[in-house]
Design a protein around this ligand. Sequence first.
Ligand code: PLP
Length: 399
Amino acid sequence: MSSSTSNHRHSAPPHPAAPLTPYGNRPMVTPIVHAVNYEYLNFEVLRQITDGEVDGYTYHRDDNPTVRAVEKSIAALEKAEDCVVCTSGMAACTLVYLSYLRAGGHLILFHDIYGAHYKVSLILERLGVEVSWVNAADWRTLSDHIRPNTQMIFMETPSNPLCKTVDIAQVRQMADTVGARLVVDNTFATPYHQHPLELGAHLVVHSATKALGGHNDLMAGAIAGSKEDYDTLWFTRQAIGTTLDAYSASLLERGLKTFPLRAERMADNAMAVATHLAQCPGISNLHYPGLPTDEGHAISVRQLHHGFGGMMAFDVGQTQEDAKRFISALTTIRHAVSLGSTESLICIPFLTTMLYMPPERRTSFGVRPNSVRLSVGIEPQDDLVADIDQALRQIGNHP
Ligand SMILES: Cc1ncc(COP(=O)(O)O)c(C=O)c1O
């Protein structure tokens, strides 16, 4: 339904998957269409596709049926009208910035977002965008940072990596005072627990590399919103060429089939692990939105459903060496970046996800050199608790 010659994305619904056999059977799985280009039946069909009158495919950078199927599934999960899928979470965030920010405009970013935004912010500043950074814990005073030219507020809740909770509806009210667009990265919460669009966000972005894919085997990004936003974002994706490949789209479709089951299990496991960690000597500054003692618990109870997600952060011992020894002693929980996968993953943000930032910035919003981020997977709960206990014992921090 689009072509590389068109400037405009039309949102006609895709045809149902075509029957593949003489009996009219349909495949249970969306076929992986590897074709880069598609043969036109005739010039009239070319015109119809280009004008958006019929649903059709012409060139992979424009669109692909395997990718389109997964976009529809993610739109449904996020209760959005439509969705654009692209090559990575950071590609999705950058598509959003390039589509809606203008030179002379102002962007507010929370410190507590994925570290790579810092690098993107340097690029945006080179293009004439003003950028301000706010601690997510100070979201109530966000109005003080809003300027007449503020075009966008970009946030995560629960935040990365300290799982601070921000009230999406209230931030939207603040954004509305100057007509700014509110964008929420829902990677930590996932659409199983949180629907930012219903709470007032204009757009939701995802690193689909994480819980939506769920198996550490694909990289993808997604942006969900209105049909109008779909057209705007599609224009940018088609222009710069960040369309996801069909094989990754198929892996993502497969991941989405078990996403609710995995999300439910991750949240159950995380609640058990956090409750246990709260009683462990040597563990401090534990942040998990599901704990009644957590600063953001009251907001989380309003914003999150069916549990509180699989992400948490805490400090181990007193020094980074303590955190390193703890992580090295774990066996079930794996030492790796990324999150939201079947395996539990742990890392020291100071040494990994925040490496993109200058060192002085890494500690400016509560992350310490010995803070760890834990993404709880779907392993048996007892195995996770036992792993934590034996690792703490090994470093001499547990009876
Ligand atoms: C919350 C969050 N958003 C976005 C990203 C970027 O995603 P990707 O690595 O798929 O580019 C990450 C990566 O870790 C992330 O944790």
